[in-house]
Design a protein around this ligand. Sequence first.
Ligand code: SAH
Ligand code: SF4
Length: 368
Amino acid sequence: MSIPGPVVNLFDLNRSELEDFFESAVAKSYRAQQIMKWIYHRQETSFAAMTDISKAHRAWLLDETSLTLPEVVTRQISRDGTIKWVVRVANGNCVEMVLIPDRGRNTLCVSSQVGCTLDCSFCATGKQGFNGNLSTADIIGQVWLVERELRKKNENVSNVVLMGMGEPLLNLKAVLAATDLMTDDLAFGLSKRRVTISTSGVVPGIYELAEHTDVSLAISLHAPNDALRNVLVPINKKYPIAELMEACGHYLAGLGEHRTLTIEYTLMRGVNDSLAHAKELAKLLEVLRCKINLIPFNPFPASGYERPRVAEIRAFQTYLINAGYTTMLRTTRGSDIDAACGQLVGRVEDRTRRQKRYLARVKAQEVA
Ligand code: SAH
Ligand code: SF4
């Protein structure tokens, strides 16, 4: 009696992995293209409906493979039209994804990990602790589910940003296969400019990324010097700003001269929002072809930070614009449903003790 092997979730494989899988299983790599058209173009997840595949082969697919997507647990709509979903992923935990409709664009913000191992001092996701990486199917499945919803009203996901929960470059293998599918014509066919990976500065990950892809890259900088960045983004102690800048230059070299990096800078009142910081930032970024996104801090309980006043935010932006940088102010979207940057928490069964410590702090603040 033969022991059945594990069922392969076809959403876990990019095109070349699907080709290898079909080649070794049934000596027919072209099946990959056929299957991709069904599952991504036609969004069909029932093998029985795939009528251009022989009955015998469909029976084999049913036995040996699956088409498993994350499960939607809740869906909330913000007053401004932003939609947030909580989805249960393969390891049983829940993560969040957010759709931001804006002037004909539908930007989807997807998660890459359950929580985050890094503990940036101003980020709610970091306070939840960590409980594992998402699989490729979990990541591409988020895009698939939202695309299905949008198609019902003749719309599509137009941009994807990996800015939800987690640090994408600490789950690089799954993230790369997922971004391959986002940009593959046989799947979502998005231009590489419309797919953005955001990183807190995992330097080796940036080099590895450059070897495999040229999707857009955003760097969460938040501070113009190491002393401050060590406090806000602790991974800076391992990979300081100078090393990060070098890695950015390397990635940029692979993008061609018309593309830029995005520098993300969350503004926190009295912490990193002075004109002296803006000046230091302008100097630091001189060597880099980049545009700057300013994100006013989004509050969450017991964060210990505040958003600067509008006048201070504007002054910071104006300084950078005058210094020659394209500097956008990210408007806060979906804050009434906690869907704004840094507010995503999902439901993480924490494997670290960070969540406990954080919740104790929230309680202490409520009592005080
Ligand atoms: N881990 C990745 C991607 C997810 S975070 C990264 O750090 O880049 C997405 C963006 O939201 C990052 O730029 C992050 O620094 C920012 N962010 C986190 N918490 C925030 C908060 N409370 N207010 C505003 N932006 C925040
Ligand atoms: Fe993780 Fe990004 Fe939040 Fe930092 S900002 S804790 S890297 S999700």
